[in-house]
Design a protein around this ligand. Sequence first.
Ligand code: FE2
Length: 154
Amino acid sequence: MTEIEQEPVVAVLNRILESELAGVVRYTHYSFLVFGHNRIPIVSWLNDQAVEALAHARSAGEMIATLGAYPSLAIGPLLDSHKTDIGVILRESLDAEAEALALYKELFTVVEGHSVMLEEYARQMIYAEEQHAAEVDKMLRKPGGLAASAHNPF
Ligand SMILES: [Fe+2]
């Protein structure tokens, strides 16, 4: 392991923190906009995603503090499309998750070979975010068919 340059690592971690905090707000906001027969399970799922995004934000913030750096108080960009269609909500979620996944992959490339802790953290988060994207993709598929959605990130 070679010595790690801290500044670019903290910069990516802060963007991850901001992105995950935006996820907390986004999923909470979406949860107010679901109507119809499937409201209860979908609202419950969206609330779970908000809780998970908060856990991810906390992990990123703790990692920044561990490195002796200052965690950002900013929040990532939020798209307000004023749509209540669950398909639109899920597609927007998948796009936002793809951006978060790209940040974790960026973190991995910065820390790879320099820090086992940060490398392992990035790996676990890539795994978690890819699993999440796969789940959303399955929710976007047409019932009765196997074909991946047009938003399939794989
Ligand atoms: Fe996340």
